[in-house]
Design a protein around this ligand. Structure first.
Ligand code: SF4
Ligand code: SF4
Length: 252
């Protein structure tokens, strides 16, 4: 990778049409502020099916083991700010209305949180001049901005620490359909009052839900369905509430 400089121009483009991943406490705050949270669910089998071997460590770190039919899988659950069009915090002058308490991922953009995804300026919303000036961001293949490094580590840490609570919140909301990692995303737009209440119960009353039925996989096609059935997974179509399955082109 070539050395990269970066200076945010404040154009506000990244605050439009981006679902911003949130930590659990950020998601609660987002809901309390009147925002909408989208829930994105994907899983891979405990034996590694669904995720390239080099990505396993990172993928496991942000996942929890669940059951599906006769098999077990690692599930990752993302709560994200649902921004269709401009974020509701984006002001008319294109600046953030909650700048001092904006979510971690807003502070990290345009860097990637996943260590297996290299930063590709062309794939980002930032205008060309944002990459022509400012302090050095990447030298060789190393991120040299120490503050950013610390924010990325905090984000990864939160992913790991929040996952059990997120899985319980999903159980309380009846969310039990997942996609297979790399094959698609299972997405839900829960009722925000129900979401806030489930999150409150889990975070404040330490409610834990065990043995409420296992997860089912919605899959993109016949071949992957046959493969997952042969692995012992339970397959389903559809999910609770405002649910959408987004198929992806398989890459592995
Ligand atoms: S919270 Fe602020 S920085 Fe984050 S997407 Fe919304 S307007 Fe942009
Ligand atoms: S798109 Fe890039 S340059 Fe524009 S506000 Fe977002 S981070 Fe800054």
């Amino acid at each position: 990778m070539t050395d990269t400089r970066f200076a945010c121009t404040g154009c506000g483009k990244c605050c439009n049409d981006h679902h911003v991943p949130l930590t659990l406490s950020e998601a609660r705050q987002w809901a309390a502020d009147g925002g909408t949270v989208i829930v994105l669910v994907e899983a891979f089998l405990e034996n590694g099916y669904g995720v390239p071997a080099v990505h396993l460590e990172h993928a496991r770190r942000r996942s929890v083991l669940i059951s599906s039919g006769k098999t077990t899988a690692y599930i990752a659950i993302t709560f994200a700010a649902y921004n269709s069009g401009p974020c509701h915090n984006l002001r008319a002058d294109d600046l953030c209305g909650i700048y001092e308490r904006r979510p971690l991922v807003c502070r990290i953009y345009p860097m990637e949180i996943n260590p297996h995804i290299p930063l590709r300026p062309a794939a980002k919303d930032c205008p060309p001049n944002a990459w022509e000036e400012g302090p050095e961001l990447i030298v060789g293949s190393h991120l040299v901005d120490l503050e950013l490094k610390e924010l990325i580590e905090r984000s990864r840490q939160a992913d790991s620490e929040d996952i059990d609570a997120k899985e319980t919140i999903c159980a309380l909301l009846g969310i039990r359909t997942t996609a297979l990692k790399g094959d698609g995303f299972a997405t839900y737009l829960p009722d925000m009052q129900a979401f806030a209440e489930a999150a409150r119960q889990v975070c404040e009353e330490r409610v834990k839900v065990g043995g409420v039925g296992d997860w089912g996989f919605e899959l993109s096609g016949e071949a992957v369905t046959l493969q997952m059935l042969s692995e012992g997974a339970r397959t389903v179509q559809g999910g609770v509430g405002n649910y959408t399955f987004i198929p992806l082109q398989r890459v592995d």
